[in-house]
Ligand binder design. Structure first.
Ligand SMILES: *[C@@H]1O[C@H](CO)[C@@H](O)[C@H](O)[C@H]1NC(C)=O
Ligand SMILES: *[C@@H]1O[C@H](CO)[C@@H](O)[C@H](O)[C@H]1NC(C)=O
Ligand SMILES: *[C@@H]1O[C@H](CO)[C@@H](O)[C@H](O)[C@H]1NC(C)=O
Ligand SMILES: *[C@@H]1O[C@H](CO)[C@@H](O)[C@H](O)[C@H]1NC(C)=O
Ligand SMILES: *[C@@H]1O[C@H](CO)[C@@H](O)[C@H](O)[C@H]1NC(C)=O
Length: 768
């Protein structure tokens, strides 16, 4: 959840809907024609894209006008304005993998590092300085203190990026920045450069790799030293998100550049709301080519929880990050004239110095000439309030809102009662706090039974959260909506009430028109947990520069802190392998490694055929030898997932291979923890290694009774040598009959449970 309020987004959603309704087949809209691996040899991609377009559109002039991007630095394809007829023609053309409309994706915010026992890394500053984290986001505020480059050497020699745009300077910390806007749409707040007017990209960048900044705070709250996970690593910003969202063609253009520029880790705190097939999803496509080039992509899981099947960014070659709490929560208390106090959730920086003010019920302050009545005004909606009644008072509201209804009517503060959010806090443009519906009833009773009701709202405090870490309600949940046998999310990281740098021109609260300016802000989202995991990945990369993306991901997953299952009904579908533990991740002992060929075999089983996979890989040798649907039990994944159709028996054999990266001579013994009804046999159950890099394979045979409507049961397999515990969760769950036999590469949209999301409730839509 970041700065932009729901209003901003709702308004945009309405605009988009209107736009779509007006569209006819003849209108040209931006599409991406994706053509797989970069053409070999020295044929100019730009030239061939141009002539392909000219052939279809009929002239070189119209081709020139239509072409927006020519991808060709890291993979092949282009973005152009096309009619429905053009789209149909390109779709049938040889060499085209997919033609994808320019979907708009959404953005999915320091005590967090100390909380996980990672106060200072063991890897040297110069090794860390060799690692470049690329972020696709809303841009960055280059002058923010978190991005100073004192003491940093020149960028690594491999770096080929640029610093684009007027009035924007890079340094040895922020070593590159580019921006992309295929829709060519700019709101008044958008800045046409990599400069961040939203705050989100500045926040994620500083969370991942910000320098230490002492005395950072949000208007005095949460004061302390702010820093990123790898303060010596370099940052490259690829601005693909604007006030309207993040367009698919821009995301692909940024991947095309970032891979060729030489980034080491990619961090994307954004995603699609709808499940997409792998080769129609810009993040799956871009991260596939990144993986081929040795770059791990770390993604936010999305903010659509807690319903099942809501996780986004589920491609097995990427890391998918859920969001959990740290041991600090932000509260603000209300004290009534009768002395009773109630604790609410709020990042409240406003000081009323204990002075009490008149307290009224929103329903008593309806602005009738604006068409409001008590039923509307009780939720204190913007524009519904009568400023004569509200001015100088604290208003009790029966819904969560961004505070603008009271602020714009000159109210002094607001107490909101709404039990839909209980595990994270918002910041508001006026003194405000969010209490439970139950406490709200008591306050309403006090107002109705007291002659001159009064109240005060105390300045915000930070309380120790003894329940931490627990996965926050909004964090998107598994199961994986298109590949049931790959467990997603992969792991969890701090994403609740995170303090990090902010753009001084971005609003500092949930009210989009809040004009105050801050250098640090406290926000929540899987957008905030993702850069924590990206930093942990960069740290592993700094320690082991030659590790593959899969090895880095495996190290993060198998060393994760085990989460408390009692706090999570949906277990691993909330937190995957567990909570990142960067300090341990550089010494995992064994890794589950995987390369392009492994993912190609996986894709064959997902129903993709040799023809389209050859295009994606650019390699005629990739052949599916078992074309047609199959199970994903043999992909060398660091976790185990077994989907069982309702009423079927539990039965599977998984094959895995581990690579020794610990001590040359070591012997690992398999241990497992499973519910008693399930039998698990690991063959062999002892693995002995005599050198680094040695690989050993094993099978995991799982048997059990028929199960029905089992949302999830889980255990774990752990390889232990007395020093390392290489732990992988194993989950078993039921899916609807027919799911597995249906077309594998078709997203299971029907399994999206569109229950009321906490984020869309009451119109407050957060940035993920
Ligand atoms: C450059 O950016 C800074 C920060 O937004 C702004 O204050 C300044 O006016 C800009 N200068 C120009 C020439 O645009
Ligand atoms: C009531 O709403 C109207 C229309 O928005 C506005 O012009 C007027 O100032 C409001 N009245 C009060 C007393 O707030
Ligand atoms: C491969 O799949 C594509 C559609 O994805 C289809 O057009 C093509 O005919 C298939 N090729 C073979 C050899 O089955
Ligand atoms: C792959 O095979 C196709 C058809 O057999 C051929 O046209 C193409 O040149 C080959 N590509 C490469 C890179 O060898
Ligand atoms: C590993 O074991 C082998 C045989 O037992 C021995 O020759 C070798 O020296 C050992 N290596 C290390 C590093 O301990």
């Amino acid at each position: 959840m970041a700065n932009s309020s729901g209003l901003h987004y709702l308004l945009y959603a309405l605009l988009v809907a209107a736009f779509v309704l007006n569209c006819h087949g003849h209108e040209r809209k931006v599409h991406v024609v994706y053509m797989g691996e970069r053409p070999r040899g020295d044929t100019s991609a730009q030239y061939s894209h141009h002539s392909m377009l000219a052939n279809v559109l009929g002239s070189t002039t119209s081709a020139k006008d239509a072409l927006i991007y020519s991808y060709g630095r890291s993979f092949n394809g282009f973005a152009a304005k096309l009619t429905d007829e053009d789209v149909a023609r390109f779709s049938e053309m040889e060499g085209v993998v997919s033609v994808i409309p320019n979907h708009i994706l959404k953005l999915h915010t320091t005590r967090s590092w100390d909380f996980m026992g990672f106060s200072r890394g063991k890897v040297g500053a110069s090794q860390e300085g060799d690692v470049i984290i690329g972020l696709l986001d809303t841009g960055i505020w280059p002058e923010a203190e978190s991005f100073h480059d004192q003491g940093l050497s020149a960028p690594p020699a491999k770096w080929k990026g640029i610093c684009q745009g007027a009035n924007f300077t890079c340094n040895n910390k922020l070593i590159g920045a580019r921006y992309y806007n295929s829709e060519n749409f700019y709101d008044t707040t958008d800045i046409e450069s990599p400069r961040d007017s939203e705050g989100h990209g500045t926040h994620t960048s500083s969370t991942a790799a910000g320098r230490e900044v002492p005395h950072a705070s949000y208007f005095g709250l949460a004061e302390g030293t702010a820093r990123g996970g790898v303060p010596n690593a370099r940052i490259a910003m690829y601005k693909v998100c604007w006030s309207f969202g993040c367009a698919l063609a821009d995301i692909l253009a940024a991947f095309d550049d970032a891979i060729a520029d030489g980034v080491d880790i990619l961090s994307l705190s954004l995603g699609s709301d709808e499940p997409l097939q792998y080769f129609e999803d810009p993040i799956a496509i871009g991260s596939f080519h990144a993986m081929k080039n040795g770059i791990l992509t770390s993604n936010s899981a999305g903010n659509s929880g807690p319903s099942p099947y809501t996780v986004s960014n589920y491609a097995p070659w990427t890391l998918t990050v859920a969001a959990s709490s740290i041991d600090r929560k932000f509260v603000a208390q209300v004290v009534l004239g009768n002395g009773k106090a109630y604790t609410g959730l709020s990042i409240n920086s406003f000081k009323l110095f204990g002075t009490s003010y008149p307290l009224i019920w929103g329903g008593d302050a309806a602005n009738y000439s604006a068409g409001a009545d008590p039923d509307i005004a009780r939720s204190c909606a913007t524009g519904a309030m009568n400023s004569y009644k509200v001015a100088g008072k604290i208003v009790f509201c029966e819904a969560l809102w961004d505070g603008s209804g009271i602020l714009l009517a000159n109210g002094l503060g607001t107490i909101m009662a709404d039990s839909s959010i209980t595990d994270f806090s918002f910041n508001y443009p006026l003194p405000a706090t969010l209490i439970s519906t139950e406490d709200g009833l008591q306050i309403l009773d006090y107002i109705k039974t007291t002659e001159n009701p009064i109240a005060t709202i105390l300045v915000g405090e930070t309380w120790k959260d003894v329940m931490a870490p627990s996965v926050v309600s909004f964090s998107s949940r598994g199961p994986n909506p298109i590949t049931p046998d790959i467990l997603k999310p992969d792991l969890t990281a701090p994403g609740v009430d995170i303090l990090a740098a902010w753009s001084p021109v971005a609003p500092p609260s949930v009210y989009f028109a809040d004009t105050r300016s801050v250098d640090f802000n406290i926000i929540s989202g899987t957008s905030m947990s993702c850069p924590h995991a990206s930093a942990a990945a960069a740290y592993v990369k700094a320690a082991h520069s030659n590790w593959s993306p899969a090895a880095i991901k495996s190290a993060l997953m198998t060393t994760a802190y085990v989460m408390d299952s009692r706090k999570h009904a949906d277990l691993e579908f909330a937190y995957g392998s567990g909570h990142i533990n960067p300090a341990q991740a550089i010494e995992p002992g064994l890794v589950y490694d995987a390369y392009e060929v492994d993912y190609i075999n996986f894709l064959c089983q997902q129903g993709y055929n040799s023809t389209n996979l050859r295009m994606v890989t650019g390699d005629n040798s990739s052949v599916c030898n078992n074309e047609g649907p199959g199970r994903a039990w043999d992909l060398n994944y660091p976790s185990f997932s077994l989907a069982v159709e309702d009423g079927q028996q539990i039965q599977a054999v998984f094959t895995r291979t581990v690579t020794n990266v610990g001590s040359p001579n070591s012997t690992y013994t398999a241990r497992m923890y499973m519910p008693a009804s399930v039998s698990v046999v690991i063959e062999p159950s002892v693995l002995s290694f005599s050198k680094i890099g040695e690989q050993k394979s094993f099978k995991v045979k799982v048997y059990g009774p028929k199960i029905m409507q089992q949302p999830i049961m889980s255990g774990a397999i752990s390889w232990e040598d007395g020093i390392h515990a290489v732990r992988s969760p194993l989950v078993i769950y039921n899916i609807l009959p027919g799911f597995l036999s249906s077309s594998f590469s078709t997203p299971q949209k029907n399994l999206q449970f569109n229950g009321p999301s906490m984020y869309t409730k009451n119109g407050i839509i957060g940035r993920n």
